[in-house]
Ligand binder design. Sequence first.
Ligand code: HEM
Length: 537
Amino acid sequence: KRPSTSTPGQRGEGDELHQGVKRGERMTTATGTPLGDGQNSLKVGDRGPTLLEDFAFRDKMFHFDHERIPERVVHARGYSAHATLECLDAIPDLTRAAPFATKGKKTEAFVRFSTVAGNLGSPDLARDVRGFAVKMYTEDGNWDLVGNNIPVFFIQDAMKFPDLVHAVKEEQDRGWPQAASAHDTFWDFVSLMPESTHMLLWAMSDRAIPRSFRFMEGFGVHTYRFVNADGESTFVKFHWKPRQGMQSVVWNEALKINGADPDFHRRDLHAAIESGDLPQWDLGVQVFDEAFADEFDFDVLDATKLIPEEVLPVRVIARLTLDRNVDNMFAENEQVAFGTHNVIPGIDFSNDPLLQGRNFSYLDTQLKRLGSTNFTQLPVNAPRCPVAHFQRDGHMQTSLQEGRGTYEPNSLTGDDRGPRADVVQGYQSVMREEAGPTRRLRAESFADHYSQARQFFLSQTEVEREHIVAAFAFELGKVEDPRIRTRMLGNLRNVHEDLAQAVADTLAMPLPEASEAAVPTRTDLPESPALSILRNG
Ligand code: HEM
């Protein structure tokens, strides 16, 4: 039998640490030499210089000097826990995804919650989106659902993501703010980007200051695809519903908590799990087909839009329980590598241009962040199912893969021939017809940036609306450039007059003209000759 090419994901059995090495009390160098003294360097005489031959000193210092790795380019500040996903409602008619094959089936999982903008040491209660990333270790490989606690996103196209993040992160000429909060570059960007308006309403709402990770929803955001064993496909949107209910703090509380205990969210999660008060979420889906999608006047491929639950109710199919705290923050929380591209048979992508770009970005950044293509062998990332492929070598290779054939096709036999792809059971991308001229211009179906923002505002209670107004006024009040405030108010008039007026009143500003309501993307830019030809013949 061909051995697994990957380090087992489970923790060492008993006192076994790694590859048969036992845990022990005796202090050693990294290569196992027992130390006689771990505190004092080897010197000449009573006060003399330290000797270069002191391998024990060099071993200790060498490792320390290289402890840091790059923090995540976004979502640097996060906290994780181990979890179990249990299927409540088997849906083989919709998907062959292993976790939903039979009722009661349990799948090991790992969850990381995060803020987006802040650095590794930033406070937990920042006004920010929260990441909600779940890795499911299925028998068909790892499936990552890399979501947020807000069901929509700031932008429609992945090409804008670096701009968004440059605008939201600390400003490069001064180094602040360290966490998402009021500053000119962020408001400049979003005021010029009407497609951000819906997400902005959510970000200024109580959703962006959850009381704890335990009391927030999660969303896959994009439209994905389910695929069943017959190759039939439907669209699907994923939702995590907290069984604890939803709670937020008010801004005044957030500021005080950040001052008193910037670790409030991670401490809360750790304490709940440690005390056995295990947090749970229901995993729900909105499933629909092309015909249903075509009935909307927005595009289901547009990540700035949601499908209202009143129109399409969420069907609960599984339950996630966070049941074990991490043992080692670095090995697990820092080294875990999520990616939207990690899918399993039964799950596929839609043409959402944000999702398509994400599928490139995560793997790319993780090579930089974790330093080797072999990060999938780290225990937190290693699949719990057998792994067999023709990849080999690379930095930090730990696999003792045997056999001669590490290429295909090959005609060797038995163990030497290596694994073979399985055309029936293996992953097959959904067959779909794609055609049309190459173009960068977005479809008209992506052009309405305000209707759902208005729906969200109107769906809020009076108190919640007051919080939204207060948040806009607080944030815009910190913006130094008055042109940005004015532009933002002009956009808000397209959401709702009451909102724009209340924010303007709080800022003691006159209400400007409403900005152009539906701004078709890029019409302000000169059209390329190629596009003119396509349009005009
Ligand atoms: C983290 C890129 C949009 C959720 C990251 C990271 C990158 C990235 C490079 C760091 C990953 C790492 O170092 O391991 C992008 C790009 C996007 C995008 C290019 C848009 C084009 C989104 C959206 C969501 C999201 C729409 C939510 C639906 C997350 C989460 C993490 C993350 C939860 C943290 C994962 C963790 O806890 O390790 N993203 N992102 N991102 N992103 Fe995105």
